[in-house]
Design a protein around this ligand. Structure first.
Ligand code: FEO
Length: 425
């Protein structure tokens, strides 16, 4: 049964309300995310004895819903505080109008959000800029019997993101983190349908590239005695809220990385496609060469074997990546591009990369793959290897050398590549 009423806020605790909006018909978020049953834009209101705080707003198109719900529990002249955990437009769309209606409110946001706030208010050039205070971990606001404390949690998933903690109630207003695109008017996690897929999908597509920042944030948030997590999207997590922190820690901690780290090993994943077996021979020789170096564990994958999506975990955990493709009509084979384009959800910056492939006529694939690797900010320490048709014994030796050299870089044995300036002309 629906808990959300069109004109009413939803109480989370006496004086603490959800004042957000539901968007059940959205099927694509930010162009790239599928939203099978829509999403919600969660905003909250906290009443203290000396003032009222609004935490985040909603997407502009849903501002009417937000203001109706806000007005059901507070007057605009009572609002002393506006907290912005994150300024992406789905949470700041109603902010300019809120500032007009509540001109006495002071805005609290992270230091990195200041420039975004100015940019956001740019179209309203006749609107006076609001009073604002940058806050960080350790800062608090006293609303009178209600204390808001701030946690600096950048890159979850923008530079500006922060979390806000309502001390007396044990409530964490977490922004996008711990959220998901799942719209359900029953609102609370112990009432809504099964949203596990959406929770994990959201992590995989939004938070995953910032895995290290997720782990930093968990260090800050795990010691809290959390009774409820109020994210910016999806169900409010009041039943076993700590389970969601635990799941985030699991998802942010790749198992393969743990196993290999425990063994003191580096990992190299070699992906290839082969039309006539020649690029496969190169891949196998590269793997053999890499395994000559102690402390490197090599995995070999033929992309003809299926969908590329399930390799994302492996790539995230790997220290080195090699991609091999024949050249087809002047290009690499489509599954290679599918795999490389999927890496936008993974932080591969700084990993070592290499390209290789057999060709019949022109052999552009290797250089194109290398360009893409550099574009993804991988280090490419070894020049890609292009071989015409079937590799002979000396060419297979060159493949083994490529694998060995790449592996030496992984374990820190290799010297940086020397660049012959004459070759750059
Ligand atoms: Fe839900 Fe990053 O905005």
């Amino acid at each position: 049964m629906s808990i959300v009423h069109p004109d009413q806020a939803v109480e989370l605790a006496p004086g603490v309300h959800w004042i957000g909006a539901l968007d059940p018909h959205l099927r694509r978020f930010d162009i790239i995310l599928s939203t099978a049953n829509g999403t919600s834009y969660n905003a909250y209101l906290v009443r203290g004895e000396q003032g009222v705080a609004v935490i985040d707003t909603v997407k502009e198109a849903f501002a009417d819903d937000f203001f109706r719900r806000l007005e059901s529990v507070a007057r605009y002249d009572e609002i002393t505080t506006i907290v912005l955990n994150h300024l992406e437009p789905d949470h700041s769309g109603a902010l300019p109008e809120l500032l007009r209606r509540a001109p006495n409110a002071r805005v609290y946001l992270s230091s990195r959000a200041q420039m975004m706030l100015k940019a956001l208010l740019k179209p309203s050039s006749n609107q006076a800029p609001p009073d604002y205070t940058p806050v960080t971990t350790g800062d608090t606001i006293d609303l009178g019997g209600r204390t808001l404390a701030f946690f600096h949690t950048p890159y979850l998933h923008w530079p500006d993101t922060q979390c806000t903690w309502l001390v007396e109630e044990g409530m964490l207003f977490s922004g996008d983190v711990f959220g998901c695109h799942y719209c359900d008017p029953r609102l609370f996690n112990d009432r809504v349908g099964d949203f596990r897929f959406s929770f994990e999908y959201y992590y995989a597509h939004i938070m995953r590239p910032f895995r290290a920042h997720v782990l930093d944030a968990l260090e800050l948030l795990e010691p809290l005695d959390i009774r409820l997590i109020a994210p910016a999207h999806g169900p409010i997590l009041r039943h076993h809220p700590r389970d969601y922190l635990a799941r985030y820690r699991e998802m942010a901690t790749p198992r393969l990385a743990l196993d290999t780290e425990a063994a003191g090993e580096k990992t190299l994943a070699v992906f290839y496609l082969s039309a006539y077996g020649n690029t496969r021979s190169m891949a196998e020789a590269i793997a053999i060469g890499a395994e000559r170096i102690a402390g490197v564990r090599v995995s070999l994958f033929d992309l003809e074997g299926g969908d590329t999506a399930h390799f994302t975990d492996l790539i995230e955990a790997a220290d080195g990546l090699a991609f091999g493709s024949p050249t087809l009509n002047g290009d690499a084979a489509p599954p290679i591009w599918a795999l490389l384009s999927s890496l936008t959800t993974v932080n591969v910056k700084g990993k070592f990369g290499a390209a290789f492939g057999s060709y019949g006529w022109s052999g552009e694939a290797v250089r194109l793959i290398e360009d893409r690797l550099r574009g993804l900010k991988l280090r490419v320490p070894v020049e890609g290897l292009r071989l015409k048709l079937a590799p002979d014994a000396s060419e297979l030796d060159a493949c083994r050398t490529l694998g060995e050299t790449l592996a030496r870089h992984l374990v820190g044995e290799a010297m940086p590549r020397e660049v012959d300036l004459a070759s750059l002309s």
